[in-house]
Ligand binder design. Sequence first.
Ligand SMILES: C[S@@+](CC[C@H](N)C(=O)[O-])C[C@H]1O[C@@H](n2cnc3c(N)ncnc32)[C@H](O)[C@@H]1O
Length: 223
Amino acid sequence: MKAMSLVDRPTKLARTLARKLYKRLDTTFGRAWTSLVEDEMSDAEARQALDTQYQVTDPFKMDSPKEQFRFAETNRILAAGLIAPQSRVGSILEIGCGEGHQSEYFSRLCDRLTAIDPVADAVARGRARLPGAEFIAGDLYDQPWANDLARFDIVTACEVIYYFKDIPGILRKMSRLGRACLVTYHRPAAYLVEGPLKAMPRGGRATFVFEDVEWRAAWWRSP
Ligand SMILES: C[S@@+](CC[C@H](N)C(=O)[O-])C[C@H]1O[C@@H](n2cnc3c(N)ncnc32)[C@H](O)[C@@H]1O
């Protein structure tokens, strides 16, 4: 077994404490998905937890004023940061579409929306909600086009990046697949996301707030 160096030890301790703190803050905000960011959860356990969550309709309360505000703000940021002066783009890939609530918003900004999520029940509901979009139930990395360069005009990952154990890897994948990218995340998760984001090309940043909840957005054009 590899011994932990003196350099690794404080970093690992800090990460563990930060994760615990994030879990505490997140519980305060009543979110249901925090445990999936835990490194200790295997991929199979994480998938099982997601499948279980989607046994009920709208487990994340996406119809609530708070989430509807988030979708509208995200569209505003996307339009101003990556689409203007045009009013729409040809294609958007939405990673982590769930039941398609945010897909409805993204579809207003593009001609073709491709939306992907590993949970088949959620994707089936998304398909029914938005028949004009392409919904894929599965893993992004398993798609035949997963290594394509600039396949989409924009790739989005909203409130989903923390589900990936390799955050730098998914950011690089987004940058390869899209001519431009947008990520949004819940502020208490910033410690997980903002380090890896520094490796992406310089783009824009924004913060938006609804009552006691803050989100951050980052976007960039791929090289
Ligand atoms: C908190 S919800 C966010 C849904 C939507 N993006 C939004 O912002 O409202 C997270 C979604 O990410 C999905 N997800 C989890 N792991 C994923 C992965 N590896 N690839 C794509 N989606 C994933 C979950 O199934 C869930 O639908």
